[in-house]
Design a protein around this ligand. Structure first.
Ligand SMILES: CC(C)(COP(=O)(O)OP(=O)(O)OC[C@H]1O[C@@H](n2cnc3c(N)ncnc32)[C@H](O)[C@@H]1OP(=O)(O)O)[C@@H](O)C(=O)NCCC(=O)NCCS
Length: 374
């Protein structure tokens, strides 16, 4: 193959061959086409074909990158982002710069489409070289079954406040609308319609090989007040990880013991958004410790002035007037009512906006750790 590759955007007819490529790299133990395309039907499908980029050799796809354009909602701001996933190259073609070249093309196209920010589902050198950085902060909570029982039994003994229901596969569609409304009440999240909720519940994780993935709703009286999508990975028996949860914080905490019992597991792990003051206060009151980490994956600014314009309501409040980013002589200058600031690269700007280190703005980013993250 030549050193520059013809990067194509897929058409509906390319989807089966791309599904085969994906499974041969990510799910080699499965029948090709039965793994990733079923786990990610919103990504690997005819409707999204135009957002799948690939390189072929002799008519067979050898490398691909899938792109999903979504919207995030945080602090009253709705901002389009693009999520990047399913990045793969067949073993025999690795290390020739094919993925790098596809990603360059993706970035060029998305800039032209005026998308301000890109979320990437990985942290490796391949992404760091194209200016992606880990940002933000979230908490990871680990709760042992014994500690959960000890912390909640006093409340539970008083009266049955909450009822935890495991929803069987065939009933997921029936509850998805209710759960979508609970998800939408969360402050930091992706924009998600009822239909997307149904599709995500049905597909993204429930069909994943080797993951015992289950859906629990938490009921109070006649109302569903919270839910949790939790899985036990066959390689980590006894540990249940919550993939997504939303709704009443008290109800979620009270559901830990029934969820662990349903799996016969000994430890529950879940993530908490940095600005989730209510959950953090409850954790402190109950003596539960949490470790801090960056948000999943990495982030890259595609269009800095546009990013600033989306963030303007937040920036304006912090700086007391308009805040603009202007590029001159290869440097970025941030102009505001305060003295001008200078940044040498886009990584520094993204860190300054979203990181939680000293001198950063700590704009609470969307909670990427959920079913939308690809
Ligand atoms: C990761 C993967 C997609 C890379 O595909 P590729 O076509 O070989 O990618 P490229 O040749 O453009 O560059 C990738 C590798 O080549 C080397 N490389 C290429 N250009 C380089 C450069 N300019 N400087 C240094 N190293 C370079 C590196 O080893 C690099 O991998 P890294 O991320 O570990 O740093 C491929 O190895 C793969 O499919 N892996 C299995 C699936 C997977 O893990 N996907 C990523 C999910 S996050």
């Amino acid at each position: 193959m030549a050193n520059t590759f013809l990067v194509q955007r897929a058409e509906a007819s390319d989807i089966p061959a791309l599904g085969e490529l994906l499974d041969s790299v990510f799910r080699p133990q499965l029948v090709p086409g039965q793994g990733m395309p079923k786990e990610f039907p919103h990504l690997i499908c005819a409707e999204n074909a135009h957002n799948i980029y690939f390189v072929s050799d002799n008519g067979r796809p050898v490398s691909m990158v899938a792109v999903l354009i979504q919207e995030t909602v945080f602090q009253g701001v709705t901002m389009p982002v693009v999520s990047i996933g399913s990045v793969c190259t067949r073993r025999a073609y690795e290390g020739r710069g094919i993925s790098s070249q596809i990603l360059d093309q993706v970035i060029r196209d998305l800039k032209a489409d005026e998308i301000p920010l890109m979320l990437v589902s990985g942290t490796r050198g391949l992404y760091r070289r194209i200016h992606c950085v880990p940002v933000g902060k979230m908490y990871e909570v680990e709760w042992s079954a014994d500690a959960a029982v000890a912390a909640t039994s006093e409340v539970a003994a008083g009266q049955e406040l909450f009822r935890v229901c495991e929803i069987p596969g065939e009933q997921k569609g029936a509850v998805s609308k209710r759960l979508a409304a609970i998800y939408r009440a969360e402050a930091y999240r992706f924009r998600r319609t009822d239909e997307q909720m149904e599709q995500l519940l049905d597909a993204l994780w429930f069909q994943r090989d080797g993951h015992d993935q289950r859906l629990f709703t938490i009921e109070q009286g006649t109302n569903t007040v919270a839910y949790a999508v939790a899985y036990e990975d066959k390689d980590r028996p006894g540990i249940v990880t919550v993939m997504e949860w939303a709704g009443s914080r008290t109800a979620f905490l009270m559901s830990a013991t029934p969820i662990l019992k349903a799996f016969g597991a000994t430890k529950l792990v879940w993530h908490v958004h940095v600005d989730d003051c209510e959950m953090r206060a409850k954790l402190r009151t109950m003596g539960i410790t949490a470790t801090t980490m960056s948000l999943q994956g990495t982030v890259r600014a595609l269009d800095v002035p546009r990013l600033f314009s989306y963030l303007q309501p937040i920036l304006r409040e912090r700086f007391g007037g308009e805040v603009k980013a202007v590029e001159t002589d290869g440097k970025w200058r941030v102009q505001s009512p305060l003295p001008t600031m200078e940044f040498t690269d886009i990584e520094d700007i993204v860190r300054w906006l979203f990181d939680h280190e000293e001198n950063c703005l700590r704009i609470p980013f969307v909670h990427t750790d959920d079913l939308n993250f690809i």
